[in-house]
Design a protein around this ligand. Structure first.
Ligand code: GLN
Length: 190
């Protein structure tokens, strides 16, 4: 299964490594034609302003929106979650604007730049999920169609809206492959 990983900035190599470990044909995407035949797309963490701007410049926004409306799963992690959101606190515009969520950037950043926390993520089973947060955003509010998958200290940090998946944290940086496996499961069903 071909999975396009947006590779304009940020932690794309780590996602590719995990996806390949799970048997997916993960490819770096910088040009729209590299998304041809993709069954799913990952937007990594990094810096959302840079990723959004480069995706706009490289004409990647509309092709990703088209894949999303065709039912292909899209997974945004950290900055990638901000790129997916349709509202960003304090900003006038969005990037992909696909998910009915309002994100707050750098919400954990002031207290601590990065930290790890064990999360309860029921869709992944009973074992706690080790989540790595790096200058992480959180989700301030969600629309009706959005399912909350996990919270941390009463803040929403993982969500799903049909074929769209987003986390505040970096699932590609831990040895736990369950979230990527869950994502590939969505792609198999789509
Ligand atoms: N705070 C970053 C942003 O707003 C995201 C950080 C990350 O992806 N680790 O883009």
């Amino acid at each position: 299964m071909k999975v396009g990983v947006i590779a304009v900035q940020g932690a794309f190599r780590e996602h590719i490594r995990v996806l390949r470990e799970l048997g997916a044909d993960a490819v770096e995407v910088r040009r729209a034609n590299e998304l041809d035949g993709a069954e799913a797309v990952v937007i990594p963490g990094g810096e959302s302003t840079a990723i959004g701007k480069l995706m706009r410049e490289y004409d990647l926004l509309q092709p990703v929106r088209d894949l999303a409306s065709a039912g292909k799963p899209i997974f945004g992690t950290c900055a990638g979650m901000i790129v997916l959101a349709n509202r960003i606190v304090g900003e006038e515009t969005n990037h992909l604007g696909l998910m009915d969520v309002e994100v707050n950037r750098n919400s954990f950043g002031r207290q601590k730049d990065s930290f790890e926390a064990d999360l309860d993520v029921p869709v992944l089973g009973p074992e706690p999920y080790p989540a790595v947060f790096i200058r992480a955003p959180h989700i301030q509010s969600v629309g009706e169609r959005v399912e909350v998958l996990a919270t941390y200290q009463d803040r929403i940090v993982a969500v799903q809206q049909d074929n769209l998946l987003a986390t505040s944290f970096h699932p590609e940086l831990t040895g736990d492959l369950r979230l990527h496996a869950y994502f590939l499961g969505l792609a198999k069903r789509s």
